[in-house]
Design a protein around this ligand. Sequence first.
Ligand code: GDP
Ligand code: MG
Length: 241
Amino acid sequence: MSSNSFQSHCRPAKGLTIVMFGQIGVGKSTTGNTVLGRPAFWSCVSSKAVTRMCQMESAARDGENLTVVDTPGLGDARSQAEVMREVQRCLLRAPGGPVVFLVVVQSGRFTQDEQRTVRWIQSAFGPQAAHYTMALFTRADDLRAEGRSVDQVIGADPAMQDFIRECCGGYHVLDNRDSDPSQVVELLQKINSLVQRNGGNDGARFLREESPGGNALRDVVLTGCFITALTALLVALSKFK
Ligand SMILES: Nc1nc2c(ncn2[C@@H]2O[C@H](COP(=O)(O)OP(=O)(O)O)[C@@H](O)[C@H]2O)c(=O)[nH]1
Ligand SMILES: [Mg+2]
C-alpha cells in the first residue's frame, strides 16, 4: 500500500468511519495517519492535548473509502461531554456506512483510564457501541525491542484481559514507525469482519436514533419546530383581535 494509492477527499464518500478515543499521547493522531496513509493529523511528543477539537479526515484506498475521526484525550467529565458532542457532530457529517470505535492504548502504559474509556463510549453511544469497539495498541516497535509480544503482555495482566473482553471487537497492534502496509490491511480486515459479524451498522442512523446525544439533537429540532408553529399560531390569533 504505497501512499500513492491513497487519495484525499473534501467530502467523504460512503464507507467505513473509524472514531479513535484514548488518553493524550497514546498515538491516536499517528494511528490516524497510518490508517489514512497520509499526514492528515498533527502529532507530537507532548503530554498536552495537541488536538483540541475533533478532526475528521478521509482517504480512499483501492476503492474503499475510509474516514477517521481523531479526538482529543479524554480528561474530566466536562471535557468528555464536549468530546462526545463533537464526535456526534462529526458522525452526523460522516458518510453513510458502518462506524467503528477504536480505543487506542500505548503498549506498556495500560491504566484504569482505558477501561473507563470503554464504558464512556457505551454510555455516550449506547450499549450497541460495545459490539463495534476494538482495542488498538500502538508502539509494537517498543514491545519488539523488549522481546515481548502483545499476547504475552495481555496474558500477564488480568485487568487488561477484562478490558479486551469489554472491547468486543478484540484488538490489534500497530507499529506507527513502520510503513509496512500489511499491518493496516490486517487492521481493516479485522474491522470489516467485526462489522459483518455484528450485522453491520449505519453509524449516523445509529447515533441519531440510539444515543442519548442523538436523542438530544432530535429533541432540539422538535422543540424548535414546536416553538415556530406556536409563534405562527399566536401571530395568526393576534390578527383576529
Ligand atoms: N515508537 C513509536 N512511537 C509512536 C507510535 N505511535 C505514536 N508514536 C509517537 O507517540 C507520540 C504521541 O503520538 P500522537 O499521535 O500525537 O498521540 P495522541 O495524543 O494520542 O494523538 C508521537 O511522538 C508519536 O510519534 C508507535 O507505534 N511507535
Ligand atoms: Mg492527537
